[in-house]
Design a protein around this ligand. Structure first.
Ligand SMILES: Cc1ncc(COP(=O)(O)O)c(C=O)c1O
Length: 365
């Protein structure tokens, strides 16, 4: 089999075990075996973070990360109070677009994409507008690789008594997520990023008491997560057909995640990959887009070396079996991104560093 190493921010290169799980068999989603599998997956998703296990329930959804984020906002962004959206990249701005599409009251605090969400601006907005009951923010903003400072944002949410709605799509399973300390109401995430499952399933973890409260009308039949929660937590069945084989893969991926040491071990592994790649690029004069301390573990972005365009670099690496990722929006012309997720082995990493050296000419002395 051709083994491409995916360095895009999901889907990821699967391990043999997860890929083999995709072929576990043909199951009907309305048989008790599959219902038990869904309930087991939901339990284990809540258990990825020990702090969330006691108070949070997961709902599994067939759809990509965007479906989970939109489902979360439909379920929990109120109709009669304001949701403050902190945005410093494509995904934060997308949450604002979703709220607009839903007609839910919102205030957008848009920051420069190269900056973190401003805590003073957040606190000023909370002080100015008492109708704000929720803050929506992206944890790891994949647009740049910045890990937003949820310690500060979460603490502010708790201090001001507003609830946090978190896009954890590219952080869940590899970065720290707190519950009570951040006043976390819900987090949306996906199977095919830091958990190393296959694409097609996503999920929302929300506080159990919030699932039990009568919800605002979801304004959707498919993305009515309260209905999904009621069904999955009653007997494991879902209102609609689930991505059965993708669930097999997620089940195996969760086994591997736990066996390998959980989110802390995964973060350490990504950080090691990031350091090796950054050192290789630095030796070629390639500069990271942000200061190293601003990045999370999952993905770093770099300025394209002078005289090289993204397509040329991408194609040179693709010929050697590595798929890198372009920048988005206004950052597209000047950067490239390398994610550290998935089954990347020591020999892959060595080959990648060699491929980067070959694809990027050295600096003239
Ligand atoms: C932070 C974040 N949110 C949302 C998404 C959207 O996920 P998907 O492309 O699976 O719909 C992504 C995708 O990379 C992401 O990184």
């Amino acid at each position: 089999m051709d083994r491409s190493i995916l360095l895009n921010p999901g889907p990821v290169t699967l391990t043999q075990r997860v890929r083999a799980a995709l072929g576990r068999g043909d199951w009907c989603h309305r048989e008790p075996e599959f219902a038990a599998l869904v309930q087991g997956i939901n339990r284990r998703l809540a258990g990825v973070y020990a702090e969330l296990a006691a108070d949070f329930d997961a709902v599994l959804l067939s759809g990509s990360g965007t479906a989970a984020v939109e489902g979360m906002l439909r379920a929990f962004a109120p109709r009669d109070r304001t949701t403050l959206v902190l945005a410093n990249g494509v995904y934060g701005e997308r949450m604002s677009r979703m709220l607009r599409a839903l007609g839910r009251p919102q205030q957008l605090l848009a920051q420069d994409w190269l900056a973190g969400p401003g805590i003073p601006q957040l606190e000023a907005a909370l002080a100015r507008d008492p109708s704000i009951s929720h803050v929506a923010v992206v944890h790891h903003e994949t647009t740049t690789g910045r890990l937003n400072d949820l310690e500060m944002i979460g603490r502010a949410c708790r201090a001001w008594g507003v609830q946090l709605l978190l896009d954890g799509v590219s952080s869940f399973g590899a970065e720290y997520i707190a519950g009570r300390d951040w006043n976390l109401a819900a987090v949306a995430a996906t199977a095919n990023k830091c958990l190393h499952g296959a694409p097609g399933l996503s999920f929302v973890l929300a506080r159990r008491d919030l699932w039990r409260r009568p919800a605002a009308d979801a304004g959707s039949v498919y993305l009515d997560l309260h209905a999904c929660h009621a069904a999955q937590h009653a007997d494991g069945y879902s209102p609609f057909t689930q991505a059965v084989q993708v669930a097999f893969a997620l089940d195996a991926a969760l086994d591997e995640h736990a066996e390998q040491g959980g989110w802390t071990a995964r973060r350490a592994c990504y950080r090691e990959r990031a350091a090796r790649i950054a050192a290789t690029l630095e030796a070629r004069g390639v500069r990271p887009l942000l200061p190293a301390s601003a990045f999370g573990s999952v993905l770093w972005s770099y300025r394209l070396p002078g005289g090289q365009d993204y397509a040329g670099l991408h194609d040179a690496l693709k010929r050697r079996g590595f798929i890198i990722y372009a920048g988005q929006g206004r950052l597209a012309p000047g950067i490239f991104r390398i994610a550290h997720m998935g089954d990347i082995r020591e020999d892959d990493l060595q080959r990648l560093c060699g491929a980067l050296r070959a694809a990027i000419p050295g600096r003239r002395r």
